[in-house]
Write a protein that binds this ligand. Structure first.
Ligand code: SF4
Length: 352
């Protein structure tokens, strides 16, 4: 059976080149074609001899993402809808940071089993885990898109965040494999990659071991066990208190912080008492807080939770003020791409 280069570790590519009787530097050329020059097929690799390409094609191929739709928001956010080989669909979102740089938010699963009540992906349930190459293909598609906008001076992807569809730590091995490809073969700095979790506690320490020095983000969203139980069913298995203990143990490199994401839901988790409790909970953790005012998905999870709504601006600013007063770095994330359902919590890979 042929191997998919994008699912193949570097040392296997070297082994294949050796088996085919070629010089070792050929492996580097192949890698550069796939991840640097974004080759679509082995035939693109024009500095390899025709004969070598023919022999390579007998043993390997390059998968290509099937981009079903690209939608652009008025604010410059771009949402990609991908079709997978088995008919599943996923999304990723490219968000402009200014000055020709973008953050790419990628998916790690089709759907998600965790069922957070404020999240459209969670309402789909889990369809399946993504393979590493399906994660990498999202990055390749985004790079190709940016290159198509400006072939000579393409804008670049400055940050990659695993905050799209799915819980990355529930697809641990494939995510770790994709992280290796991103850092070792695509040249992304570990400090520019963030893996976000809803709190799969046993995997947090393991992430630090298997993918050292990538950033950790934790989707927190509540300051009491009871509220978190209601918002995020995963809390019943991995309670808030134990989650924060795991965060305290996380080996943070110097000058780094754990990002805590906090979706603000009107009169559910956005009171001054919540803000004060959050200050106490984060004591002793080098942290920053991303406050994300809820993005209504157009329908509510009314059967699970009555009418989650977006707090008004005064409540949002008061919450942030309490964090700032306690010297906690906190920003209000003005979600981009809400007009194309690309904002946080809105991804559902709708093919319409
Ligand atoms: S917020 Fe994340 S973990 Fe929760 S249901 Fe949505 S995708 Fe899954």
């Amino acid at each position: 059976m042929k191997i998919n280069f994008k699912q193949t570790p570097e040392k296997e590519i070297h082994r294949l080149v050796e088996e085919l009787g070629e010089r070792p530097y050929r492996a580097r050329q192949i890698i550069d074609w796939i991840y640097g020059k974004l080759a679509v097929s082995i035939d693109d690799m024009t500095d390899l001899s025709k004969d070598f390409r023919r022999r390579l094609k007998e043993r390997a191929f390059i998968s290509n993402p099937d981009v079903l739709k690209i939608r652009e928001s008025g604010d410059g956010t771009v949402k990609f809808l991908f079709g997978l080989e088995d008919g599943e669909a996923i999304e990723s979102v490219l968000i402009p940071n200014g000055r020709g740089k973008f953050t790419l938010c990628i998916s790690s699963q089709a759907g998600c089993a965790l069922g957070c009540v404020f999240c459209m992906t969670g309402r789909q349930g889990l369809r399946r885990n993504l393979r590493a190459y399906e994660i990498i293909d999202q990055v390749i598609a985004a790079k190709r898109h940016l290159r198509s906008l400006s072939p000579d001076a393409a804008p670049s992807i400055a940050n990659i965040v695993f905050m799209g569809m799915g819980e990355p730590l529930k697809n641990f091995d494939e995510v770790v494999s994709a992280l290796r490809t991103l850092t070792d073969l695509m040249g992304f700095s570990r400090r520019k990659i963030t893996v976000s979790t809803a709190g799969i506690i046993p995997r947090i320490a393991e992430l630090a071991e298997r993918a050292p020095r990538v950033n950790l983000a934790v989707s927190l969203n509540a300051t009491t066990e009871s509220t978190r139980n209601r918002l995020m069913p995963v809390n019943r298995k991995y309670p808030l208190k134990e989650l924060l203990a795991a965060c305290r143990e996380f080996p943070l490199p110097p000058n780094r912080r754990i990002t805590f994401e906090y979706v603000l839901l009107d009169k559910i988790n956005d009171s001054a008492e919540d803000a004060a409790r959050l200050v106490r909970l984060l004591k002793g953790i080098r942290s920053k807080v991303n406050l994300i005012p809820f993005n209504p998905p157009g329908e509510t999870a009314a059967e699970r939770f009555p009418e989650p709504a977006r707090p008004d601006e005064a409540r949002i600013l008061e919450f942030r003020r309490i964090l700032h007063r306690a010297k906690i770095v906190a920003t209000v994330r003005r979600s981009r791409g809400a007009d194309i359902s690309a904002a946080c919590g809105q991804l559902r890979a709708d093919r319409r």
